[in-house]
Design a binder for this molecule. Structure first.
Ligand SMILES: [Zn+2]
Length: 136
């Protein structure tokens, strides 16, 4: 997988490369600490809770709860995102909080704490990003 290009692409650095590679295979991972057994995101080569370097990527369930969100109605990026869209912070069942996009949900039905499930959005160039939608 090459480094994504364009203004609508997340930055893929050396630490997050394996995480993004798993996303391309439609697998969401969290960084698991073998020392304190807590999970974290984004991916770093150490645990932000106890500083141990005994960390490994493990699969996440894809279940989360909506923490907060914002509706994006306009932006200046020259890409074809469907506006408006919902940028959200979600709390994964495994603990970490992730910035993502909520799809398949009218804005007026959003509610803090609502249960969400993982979905994947494939962009026109084939790049896959993790998004969340209301739990069916
Ligand atoms: Zn730890």
């Amino acid at each position: 997988m090459g480094t994504p290009v364009g203004p609508n692409r997340p930055t893929v650095d050396i630490d997050s490369e394996a995480w993004w590679a798993a996303i391309q295979d439609r697998r969401l991972m969290v960084n698991r600490c073998g020392s304190c057994e807590r999970n974290s995101l984004y991916v770093r080569p150490f645990c932000p809770h106890c500083w141990s370097e005994d960390v490994n990527l493990v699969p996440a369930s894809g279940r989360s709860r909506l923490y907060t969100w914002s509706v994006i109605r306009q932006n200046a990026a020259p890409f074809d995102a469907d506006l408006p869209y919902i940028v959200a912070m979600v709390d994964l069942e495994e603990g970490p909080r992730l910035m993502t996009v909520v799809t398949d949900c009218p804005v007026e039905q959003l509610c803090a704490g609502m249960q969400l499930e993982l979905a994947f959005r494939e962009d026109t160039d084939g790049f896959v990003v993790p998004v969340f939608r209301p739990l069916a």
